[in-house]
Write a protein that binds this ligand. Structure first.
Ligand SMILES: Nc1nc2c(ncn2[C@@H]2O[C@H](COP(=O)(O)OP(=O)(O)OP(=O)(O)O)[C@@H](O)[C@H]2O)c(=O)[nH]1
Length: 301
């Protein structure tokens, strides 16, 4: 089955995500991959989408954020792109207010998770804003920190507005916050494109494992090949490390006619009966997890 790469472009409002996207699209054109774009803006009217050339399939998500209000819409748009456009790669520009864990959660639907290869998060940091971040309110500071911490590729943008001392300070700080990310200072988000292509995905058997970077957030998609026992699944859940933040997907228990939709968020499990057949994919999001061990436990169910 063809798998489509998906990248998330993250970064606070005005940091340079659209500028980066335009830069990426130029490079993609040179290497000839079929690209689709998904844009999430908080306002009701899209401004940035005018910046994208007309021949690139573009879906817009307006008036809400992937991290809270419009997850169903994100799912529908990605599914449409996969079915109608069959792109090699999707770039998802998130709102500046989106949290990375919730964004990944929003894009990895169990309905099509086996057809997507999540390549990681590219975060754009506005250099000046980083230096002056103590003046921002606490939740915004925390959000910018989270966006930096979960990046695989960290673009410190607006280099032209920084002094040499500021450049050294910010590079040092961000490298220590996100030691596994490739970090680069840029002006107008111009960066070495090969670093994006090199972002890491490992595939083994029918299981997809994506390292966003080695020690932080990562995702794992498991496909059940058979029905399982509910009590064994509950035991499996009890034994999970508490750095698995989110699980969602379909699981079919013995004697059940249709699968259950299973949702698990920060330790709280929830089952909902479906009334039709669903692909038995389950998406996991966690931090510092050895997914091979999780996979082995799932295989034993
Ligand atoms: N001086 C300077 N300006 C830049 C640089 N990169 C981008 N800009 C400008 O910063 C502004 C914001 O850039 P965008 O790419 O729209 O930022 P964004 O993150 O997509 O913004 P939102 O959609 O509001 O979240 C634009 O006016 C850009 O032209 C840079 O390296 N230096």
């Amino acid at each position: 089955m063809k798998q489509t790469d998906i990248y998330v472009l993250s970064g606070f409002l005005g940091s340079g995500k659209t500028t980066l996207l335009k830069e990426i699209l130029k490079k993609e054109k040179e290497i000839g991959r079929k690209v689709a774009v998904l844009m999430n803006e908080l306002g009701k009217v899209s401004i940035d989408s005018n910046e994208i050339e007309e021949d690139i399939p573009l879906k817009e998500l307006l008036g809400g954020c992937v991290c809270c209000t419009i997850q169903d819409e994100v799912e529908a748009q990605i599914q449409t792109l996969l079915m109608e456009e069959k792109p090699d790669v999707i770039y998802f520009e998130t709102t500046g207010a989106a949290h990375p864990v919730e964004t990944i959660d929003g894009i990895l639907s169990p309905i099509f998770a086996d057809r997507l290869r999540f390549k990681g998060i590219i975060t754009v940091i506005n250099g000046k804003q980083w230096i002056e971040r103590a003046t921002l309110n606490a939740p915004v500071q925390q959000l910018i920190l989270e966006q930096a911490r979960h990046a695989s590729l960290l673009i410190i943008n607006k280099e032209d507005q920084l002094t040499e001392a500021e450049k050294a300070k910010i590079s040092f700080e961000l490298q220590s916050i996100s030691p596994h990310a490739f970090t680069i200072l840029t002006t107008f988000s111009k960066f070495p494109f090969e670093k994006l292509l090199e972002m890491n995905t490992q595939v083994y058997d029918n299981v997809q494992k994506t390292s966003i970077h080695k020690l932080h957030l990562s995702t794992f998609v498991y496909t059940f090949k058979k029905m399982i026992a509910a009590d064994e699944f509950e035991t499996f859940l009890r034994e999970l490390p508490d750095t698995i933040y989110r699980i969602k997907g379909y699981v079919q228990f013995h004697q059940a006619k249709y699968p259950d939709l299973f949702q698990y968020s920060y330790g709280m499990p929830l089952f909902m009966q479906e009334d039709m057949k669903m692909p038995l994919n389950m998406v996991f999001i966690g931090e510092n997890i050895d997914w091979k061990l999780v996979e082995e436990s799932l295989n034993k169910l």
